[in-house]
Design a protein around this ligand. Structure first.
Ligand code: DCP
Ligand code: MG
Length: 354
């Protein structure tokens, strides 16, 4: 990181993710204490909604205990396929702003929007727009944190949960950090916090007063070094999109299902130019192009054809092909490409990790 260069990182974390998806699917559950998890006697909670949290319930609590604390609790077994699909759609929203997306789990990701030109480059406005888009298309709420690094962005997303947004600017670090309790530092669990508390260390200011050598002695070499930076709000870890890209697609979930074929075709040019823009930066050889259609009843189909150069016409004919298979109102449209395998003989690309 250059000294005069300030990164803009967003952390997004969905609110009571599995429970919120279940309540969306079954609105009669919306205002009741609700948990997702193992319903058997030996089961545990994956998560619960915020109403259930008022009774002291939390993730990983045994179901039996949860039912004792909250007798009116409604338990739903997890539906991982559904959560994965929602997660994929949310990630597609992130990618409308940057390809520097590092997912941490199904419901959480870091985004590096330092070079994002949208919304005049304002990370706060981008985070607000991401929250808006998630709510408009998924009927779910997310919390967002904005900061100059991953550590601060993650703390910020937790600050105003649920449905919150919190921004920590570089100028605020020196007033924000000293007051922060040590247990807010990711990695400082109950055991470390108790150990530190015993020594009279409860805030980051207390930690800042220790020398590096003292911290290393107290917490071990590597962790001591990490803490020395973190308690000052310093974190230089980059956002790492950690997979080898095999495909790239752009997609839209519509606010209302689209019934008219013509209306759908009118959406294609905009998606096409968005796809072209994203591809410009990658410079990777293409193997196929495809159109993905998700219908109102969540069934979906993909029409695909070999391609080296992309054309809108080919996407339009693929769209017709896919649509004719079901001819139902459309919930989501996507355009994408698959790339040549990194080691395939007819493509020269060496490593496509980024
Ligand atoms: N999860 C799980 N078991 C755990 C913790 C979490 O199965 N011990 C699942 C269920 C959660 C999802 O992962 O819905 C996301 O985890 P989070 O920690 O982000 O928790 P929530 O999204 O449920 O709640 P919050 O609003 O606090 O983020
Ligand atoms: Mg969450």
């Amino acid at each position: 990181m250059l000294n005069n260069h300030i990164n803009k990182i967003i952390h997004i974390d969905m609110d009571c993710f599995y429970a919120a998806v279940e309540a969306r699917e079954n609105p009669s559950l919306q205002f009741k204490p609700l948990a997702v998890g193992g319903v058997s006697k030996r089961g545990v909670l994956c998560t619960c909604n915020y109403i259930a949290r008022k009774f002291g319930l939390h993730a990983a609590m045994p179901t039996n205990r949860a039912l004792q604390l909250c007798p009116g609790l409604i338990m739903v077994p997890p539906n991982m396929c559904l959560y994965k699909e929602v997660s994929r759609e949310i990630r597609a929203i992130f990618h409308q702003f940057t390809d520097l997306v590092e997912p941490l789990s199904l419901d959480e990701a870091f985004l590096d929007v330092t070079d994002c030109k949208q919304y005049k480059g304002s990370a706060t406005l981008i985070a607000k727009e991401i929250k808006r888009k998630i709510h408009a298309t998924q009927k779910l709420t997310a919390s967002a944190g904005v900061g100059p690094n991953k550590f601060l962005a993650k703390i910020a997303s937790d600050w105003n949960k649920p449905d919150g947004i919190f921004v920590i600017t570089p100028e605020q670090i020196d007033t924000f950090m000293p007051k922060l309790p040590v247990n807010k530092i990711f990695g400082v669990g109950k055991v470390t916090a108790a150990k530190l508390n015993k020594k009279g260390i409860s805030t980051c200011l207390d930690l800042q007063k220790l020398s590096l050598a003292e911290l290393k002695q107290l917490c071990g070499g590597t962790w001591g070094l990490g803490l020395y930076d973190l308690c000052r709000g310093i974190d230089e870890r980059p956002v790492e999109p950690n997979r080898i890209r095999k495909s790239l697609s752009v997609e839209r979930t519509f606010l209302n299902d689209i019934n008219e074929l013509g209306d759908c075709i009118n959406k294609l040019p905009e998606l096409f130019s968005e796809l072209q823009n994203r591809l410009k930066n990658l410079n990777m050889p293409i193997k196929t192009q495809f159109v993905k259609i998700k219908f109102h009843d969540f069934t979906h189909t993909t029409a695909e054809a070999a391609a080296t150069e992309l054309t809108l016409d080919q996407f339009i004919s693929l769209f017709h092909k896919g649509y004719l298979r079901q001819q139902k109102p459309i919930r989501l449209l996507g355009l994408g490409v698959r790339f040549c395998e990194p080691k395939s003989s007819n493509c020269q690309q060496e490593s496509l990790a980024f």
